[in-house]
Structures are given as C-alpha cells and as structure tokens.
Design a protein around this ligand. Structure first.
Ligand SMILES: [Zn+2]
Length: 289
C-alpha cells in the first residue's frame, strides 16, 4: 500500500447570499442576485493559486446563473450538487429529498457534460434524523457525499461520526468537513463561519493537525463570503452572528490559505484515497442504528 501525501479538498457551496438564511423561497426572486461577484473572486483566487475545487451547486442558483455554472466547469472545477431548493434534508423526508435531488440533477445535466457524482446537503443536514438519505443518494447516481459534519451544532451534525473519508455503505463514500480533535472533542476548522470566527493562525494550526494525521483537509466556503457588500437583512441573532461576521477579511484569508495548502477537487482526492487502499470499508457502519 502506498500512502503518498494526499492533496487537500477545497469545496464551495454555490448559492446566493439569501439561500442559506431560511427565508421563504417565494421571496428569492425579489432579492438581488449577487452570486457572480463572490464566485468570480473565488475563481480568480483559485486560478492565481493554480488550485482546483469542487463546487456543490444549488439547482435554484444554477437556474438564475446558468452561464456562471458553465464557466466554473470550463475553468476545470468539479461540479457536484447542493440539492435544488436549499431545504433541510431531515425535514424533507425520503420522498421529498429524492424529488429535490432529482430536480437539481436535471438542472445540472443541462449545463455540464460530465455526470454529477458528489453531493453536499444544505446546512450539512444529513443527520441521525435522515437515515434514508444515503440510499436516496445512491439511487440518484451519487458516489460520494460531504454532508455529515462530526460536530454538534443546533442545526446539524453527528458528533461521534467518523472524522475522515470512509465508505458509509458499499459504493458510497462520505467525506466529512475537517475537524480538529482537541481534549476529546471535534472542533470545526473546515471553513464557512468557523473560518471567519477563528483567528487564521488557529484555523491553519487545526488544518495542519488534520494533515499530521495523514488525512486530507476538507474546506468549504460560499461565494457570498467574498462579497461583504451584499444586502443586510434583520436576522435572528444567532444567524446574523455567523452570517455577517468578519466578511471583509475573507478574501485575504482565502488567498493565504490557497498559498499554504495544495487544493484539489474532491473527486480527485477520493480517487487517490481509494487507490491507496485507505478506504475504511465497513469499520463505521451506518450512523442511523
Ligand atoms: Zn448551502
């Protein structure tokens, strides 16, 4: 078995600033679309670092910005799915999840030529309350998922789920966002609000610990996190704290991160993972039982 150093995984949940703050979807069309601003900044930062990423594309966002999705694929990045309507998977139920996922895959199939194999649930919402989700993903041709966050959060997480890539059931890999194991707890250092709330040096230290364990970092971000001027709505305090904190520093932080780590799309890193025989088959079972 060879265990050469793996590249790290950079992921983007491709959605506009209003998709992840639990507004009524009926209001979406009335809100200013700004997805191009943050996405173009991200694409340029990735090019500058000669890095490639995985974009988990929300179907509803792709319908409003189809040319941007084509551009992402054209610039060499992997296209995965983030579902269609940005709903909590565990609230949709199996039937609703299947319909939402299929709708997103239909939208994406019209925009990109390669089949979509990767999935990330909105709000990381595959939890113990949605044990049927993995079967639905496989029915729809998904071969890897990156939705199970091994932390405790008020909206998501399975705190004792495995921290690294593993086969959650035959033919389906799970690629959890990165955590740093400290004093028996998993600290999320994977990106998003955590990236903006923690000092950069702490994030880097946590991610280096992941690498020291011989595992790839799995990082995530949203385009609106590079668009500090997007409209500000009055939101519940907890949501506002994570959504608006430190947006003005994100771009510089991402540039530094991209210079210090060697990022690749999830599909490439997972192919190497499997090829190296690192796949932890059957050692975790399903989370639901
Ligand atoms: Zn999202």
């Amino acid at each position: 078995m060879t265990t050469s150093r793996l590249q790290d995984v950079f992921t983007i949940d491709f959605e506009d600033w209003y998709h992840g703050i639990e507004l009524d979807p009926a209001d979406w069309d009335r809100l200013e679309s700004r997805i191009e601003i943050g996405t173009c900044r991200l694409l340029d930062l990735l090019d500058e670092a000669q890095a490639r990423a995985t974009f988990f594309v929300l179907g509803a966002a792709a319908e409003r910005a189809p040319d941007l999705v084509r551009e992402i694929a054209h610039r060499g990045h992997e296209i995965g799915t983030h579902g269609y309507g940005h709903e909590f998977v565990y609230k949709l139920g199996a039937e609703g999840f299947r319909a939402d996922l299929r709708r997103s895959l239909e939208v994406l199939s019209r925009l990109v030529n390669t089949p979509v194999r990767g999935h990330r649930a909105p709000y990381f919402s595959i939890t113990r309350a949605s044990p049927w989700a993995f079967d639905v993903l496989q029915e729809c041709g998904i071969t890897y998922d990156s939705s199970v966050f091994p932390v405790h959060n008020y909206r998501y997480g399975i705190a004792d789920a495995p921290r690294f890539a593993h086969e959650v059931q035959p033919g389906l890999l799970e690629l959890p966002p990165s955590t740093w194991r400290v004093a028996g707890r998993n600290v999320p250092v994977a990106g998003g609000a955590y990236f903006r709330l923690l000092p950069y040096t702490l994030t880097r230290f946590g991610l280096r610990r992941v690498q020291a364990e011989g595992e790839p970092v799995v990082f995530y971000l949203h385009p609106w996190e590079l668009d500090p001027d997007h409209p500000r709505l009055s939101l519940p305090r907890r949501v506002a704290l994570t959504h608006y904190h430190n947006l003005s520093t994100t771009q510089a932080r991402v540039r530094k991160l991209l210079a210090e780590f060697d990022f690749a799309p999830a599909c490439d890193v997972l192919a190497k993972y499997v090829c190296d025989g690192r796949r932890a088959v059957g050692n975790t079972g399903r989370f639901s039982e």
